[in-house]
Ligand binder design. Structure first.
Ligand code: MLT
Length: 387
């Protein structure tokens, strides 16, 4: 059977599956071990009460013909598109309801969106990066222009070389770095000059705690001409299992075939039946006043976990912005070897930095997505570990 060119060009393992498999093998060989997983950024749950109540109500509606929902609008129900647009407007960002498209989460949205782009583009990516960007580029046959993060962890400037596409994720997964307003302006100006597309991954925007820091690319002048923003409720409201996120495609973002939003909308009509209705009702509740408050409490806990883990690591080894659920730290040398040593001595799973690109070698990542108790237990073990 023939395959699409580049379908076999992905690296052999997806790093988070590799970590999980190593953990499984270790647990099978050491049934007594109390493993603590700080590898994949998956939330420990539970969902907050406003989301649960909304999910339950939406399910109950399905019990009567009057409330039953069949195929939904591919672009998302108006109630959720409106709630998300209002969330932006509350932050002073002029996003309109019709510019919001509901998705099955950030990863799916990026993979779907990139289907409309031609093969062989030049893609600028600040490194280390979320591995999905690299894999998508491999699939598209895109030429990656890797741009190393600055020595202090800050974002690199746009490349001198021409680029068609760039991925910016702030707060950055894995490093936690924040894109400064000045740097965002440079990227937007470069993208507009070159007719390039910025994919701004805002999956972690709710973690930004630094006053005045940028949370949306649309806080940057000119970004509506060149940037699509990817939002997700996975890390904001515990939707890693439910799956729901959004894309913002501004009306004035033009392609050779008209506004990208119109092209995208047309594709959705053929290829999607949207996100399940109950999930969209749950998502709507996450944007309500009660939902936002409950989510913020959970997020604060993950940030505290991350700070606690940081306090257990050797001084100077940690890059920490205080605005990320991830902790990026220097492990010295081979990050997979460090992963194994940590697993054997502490029964803790981390993510080896090499999984985020060659530029991540010498570092590892901890996820703060765990319970307070797990973070405390991990911190005790880490304090006794010989780094
Ligand atoms: C992570 O960085 O841990 C990711 O969000 C997990 C994933 O996408 O598989």
């Amino acid at each position: 059977m023939k395959l699409r060119k580049n379908a076999l060009s992905l690296s052999e393992n997806y790093i988070f599956s590799w970590c999980a498999e190593e953990g499984r093998q270790y647990a099978a060989a050491h049934p007594e071990a109390q493993l603590l997983s700080l590898a994949v950024g998956d939330v420990p749950g539970p969902l907050c009460r406003p989301v649960l109540d909304a999910l339950q109500r939406a399910l109950d509606e399905q019990a009567a013909a009057s409330g039953f929902r069949g195929y939904g609008p591919a672009e998302g129900y108006p109630f959720l598109r409106r709630a998300i647009a209002e969330d932006y407007q509350r932050r002073g960002i002029a996003v309109q309801q019709q510019e919001v498209f509901i998705t099955h989460g950030a990863k799916d949205a990026l993979a779907d969106l990139l289907r409309v782009l031609p093969d062989g583009l030049a893609a600028a990516i600040p490194m280390p990066c979320y591995p999905v960007y690299r894999d998508l580029c491999a699939l598209l046959g895109a030429k990656v222009l890797p741009l190393a993060m600055q020595p202090d962890g800050g974002f690199p400037p746009p490349p001198d070389a021409p680029f068609d596409l760039c991925f910016l994720c702030s707060p950055c997964n894995p490093t936690g770095a924040l894109l400064s307003r000045r740097r965002a302006e440079q990227w937007v100006q470069a993208a507009r000059r070159q007719g390039a597309l910025i994919l701004f991954d805002a999956a972690y925007e709710a973690y930004v705690r630094q006053p005045g820091a940028l949370r949306s690319i649309y806080e940057t002048k000119g970004a509506r001409d060149c940037a699509v923003e990817v939002g997700s409720l996975s890390k904001t409201a515990g939707f890693t299992g439910l799956r729901c996120g959004h894309l913002v495609i501004p009306q004035q973002l033009k392609t050779e075939g008209g506004p990208l939003a119109a092209v995208w909308d047309r594709l959705l009509q053929s290829f999607s039946n949207g996100v399940p209705y109950p999930v969209q009702r749950g998502a709507e509740a996450a944007y309500s006043a009660a939902g936002r408050e409950a989510c913020r409490t959970q997020i604060d806990q993950f940030l505290q976990n991350t700070a606690l883990l940081a306090s257990a690591l050797p001084a100077g080894s940690v890059l920490q912005s205080g605005s990320s659920p991830y902790l990026w730290f220097r492990c010295g040398g081979d990050s997979r070897a460090f992963f194994r040593r940590l697993l054997e001595r502490c029964q803790i799973l981390c993510t080896p930095g090499i999984g985020f690109g060659d530029e991540g070698e010498g570092f590892c990542r901890f996820s703060g997505f765990c319970s307070e108790q797990q973070a405390q237990r991990a911190a005790v073990r880490l304090r006794q570990f010989d780094f």
